[in-house]
Design a protein around this ligand. Structure first.
Ligand SMILES: NC(=O)c1ccc[n+]([C@@H]2O[C@H](COP(=O)([O-])OP(=O)(O)OC[C@H]3O[C@@H](n4cnc5c(N)ncnc54)[C@H](O)[C@@H]3O)[C@@H](O)[C@H]2O)c1
Length: 313
């Protein structure tokens, strides 16, 4: 069974590819080493994959290269490549978001037409919901993103739906809720927080700390993503969350307990595009995908801390 993983050098893509190899898949992974964070971190994300006899790596840009060969004989496409990050998506930077989130997705869907692919799984985001008080967030509620990033991920979802409706490309979109764990991107809160604790530096905290997130451990996201590939339906959207909502203050306290050190917080104003709360309604994913997140937040944070200590200051 051959799978294509786009964004394979990234945080989630590398975990997913390792799991697919463990399941006996042949995996082709593609990544362009986008400069959203250092290439050396992405190369180290690949270290558990390179050299494996069933793994092939292609360095390339989905928005530019000829993609026809990439999808030859592929059963499952896991499209995780993208330009992540809410705060960086304003202004002139939006160019990168249209290119890497919308154009790249459209080009990949286009070459999947008539290829006999079993499933095209798209990594969407909870950011498509926007800033709502109507919690938990349900797949059938109206998406109203409040960041250009959220808009670009929603456009990707709609592209997936229309390639299913118009060309029978068997797509499914997954709305990931704040993923954390080893290899988390350096622009994400726990990574910033833990590295600053390592260095005994002051830590920026945007908003007042009572904002909350449905944090999802990377292995739970990987399980839900695999389940979506095997699910028989198409054209659907599923939330993948961690199963509970935690305020940033509570999460900070957990990390302080794990590390055994208090953080020096520098409180800053809330940033444009940030939402106050996220919480996933998981009924649909539980019923149709058999999704059941397992990792307790404190245990998952302890695993991320071990990794942060390992990558040095
Ligand atoms: N991490 C999260 O909490 C989270 C939450 C919601 C959604 N997502 C989505 O999940 C996916 C993976 O996120 P991540 O946190 O692992 O990000 P990441 O930045 O670690 O990984 C994405 C990878 O995609 C690659 N890439 C980007 N544009 C490309 C292109 N045009 N061609 C080839 N490769 C390209 C990048 O080089 C990068 O290695 C993204 O699509 C993101 O929008 C992530």
């Amino acid at each position: 069974m051959k799978s294509l993983v786009t964004g394979v050098a990234g945080f989630i893509g590398s975990h997913l590819a390792e799991r697919l190899l463990g399941e006996g898949h042949q995996v082709c992974g593609i990544d362009m080493f986008l400069e959203n964070y250092p290439r050396r971190l992405k190369e180290s994300n690949l270290s558990g994959l390179t050299g494996h006899s069933r793994f092939k790596f292609v360095e390339g840009d989905l928005a530019q290269m000829d993609l026809t060969e990439l999808v030859q004989d592929v059963s499952y496409v896991f499209h995780l490549a993208g330009q992540p990050g809410v705060r960086a998506s304003w202004g002139r930077e939006f160019d990168h978001y249209t290119r890497n989130n919308i154009l790249a997705t459209q080009r990949l869907l286009e070459v999947c037409k008539g290829q006999g692919i079993r499933k095209f799984v798209y990594a969407s985001s909870s950011s498509v919901y926007g800033d709502t008080e109507d919690l938990p967030m349900r797949e059938d509620s109206r998406p109203r993103p409040v960041s250009p990033y959220g808009v670009s991920k929603l456009a990707g979802e709609y592209l997936c739906y229309l390639y299913w409706k118009s060309f029978a490309v068997p797509t499914v979109s997954l709305r990931y809720f704040t993923v954390y764990g080893p290899r988390q991107r350096p622009d994400m809160f726990f990574h910033i927080f833990m590295r600053a604790l390592c260095r005994n530096e002051e830590i920026p905290l945007y908003d007042d700390g009572t904002q909350s997130r449905d944090f999802t451990f990377c292995s739970d996201i990987v399980e839900g993503t695999l389940a979506a590939a095997l699910y028989p339906g198409c054209g659907e959207v599923f939330n993948l969350g961690g199963g509970s909502r935690t305020s940033l203050f509570e999460a900070i306290k957990m990390v302080e307990d794990i590390v055994g050190r208090r953080a020096r917080l520098n409180k800053l104003a809330r940033q444009q595009g940030d939402v106050r709360h996220t919480e996933a309604e998981l009924a649909r994913a539980r019923e149709q995908l058999g999704y059941s997140p397992r990792m307790a937040l404190k245990e998952g944070l302890a695993q991320e801390w071990e990794w942060i200590k390992g990558i040095g200051k």
